[in-house]
Design a protein around this ligand. Sequence first.
Ligand SMILES: [Zn+2]
Length: 389
Amino acid sequence: MLHTHCPNCGGNQIEGFFEIKNAPIFSLVTVKSKEEALNVPRKDIELGFCNTCGFIFNRLFDTSIDYFTLGYEDQQGFSATFMNYLRKISENLIQKYDLKGKTLMEIGCGKGDFINLLTELSAGKGIGIDPAYQDGRQTNPNLTFYKEFYKLDHGKLPADFICCRHTLEHIHGTKAFLQLIRDSLGNDTNKVIFFEIPQITRILEVQAFWDIYYEHCSYFSAGSLARLFRSTGYEIQDLHLDYNDQYLLIEAMPVNTLSSKAFSIEEGIGEQKKRVDNFRVKIREQLDDWRMKLSALKTKGQKTVVWGGGSKSVGFLTNFADLELIEYVVDINPHMENNFIPGIGKKYVQPKFLKDYKPEAVIIMNGIYKDEITKTLHEMDVFPEIYAL
Ligand SMILES: [Zn+2]
């Protein structure tokens, strides 16, 4: 199935520029056996660049896969670095938009950790919407959950603020989704909308191939995201990067008439096209470079582990599974222990496992955690060579 039109703007000037063959279609599901992990279906990815709006998407994405009602184990709230980040953005939003005591809504709330944090910090009420929410996961009486997809009626709920974190990159029909939210609000233009998603520009610039995996079908830059928001009737209040420039944050309000305000980080389409062309060349070098490093570790017989489960490890290991170098992936999320990595078949272990395993090399999937992880390793008397993405 090849998508010939851009889901953001409807344009048909799409050029493919990067392929990954046989990517496992699930990265975040919990898999209890090696066999089950190796049986996860695989499909090809081909990133396409839209020459009309600058959007990047997997133009081979299979829209018939039902990702949203599966039991994801996507809680990142076990890392101090990540918790500090969430707290910081929450406090910033509460102060900036005067959200104390208000009702806040999260679309795609998952297990409800973020809406819970936000509601606690704002001392207000929270509404979480997600078909995959698990009853009983949150016990805060100020929270209400709707185990369903966002629909027009939800616009009538008394929310002063709507947020949606790390969901849009999983949605193929990006414009339709933004339009649905806008339509649900009608003339109620007094709400603040906040979205947070990974940004593609950094991925292109550092050839972060580990951030490209099947579950992410939509890859936004500041420019393409801003263009999408405006085209669906939102005035952008703020647009910026955070989390070591890995995340793109947008704050907007529904309007009936747009102003001409623009933000300096909105890149033009020609500028992004140059990055895409550069990526096409550099990604080969980057993949070859990692292959050499990993092959050298294998030749020297050095025990190597990956630290950081979830999609990045799947994105990374998919490219080097044939080397058979890595047996274990460390993750601090206790719910992932003894599960297997979808498509790769390697086992998740807790950090304490490394005390006896004593790896000689650790590859950290997210450089932002390097200090935190290095400290944990040293405290266990483990001093491996550290590589960080
Ligand atoms: Zn487009």
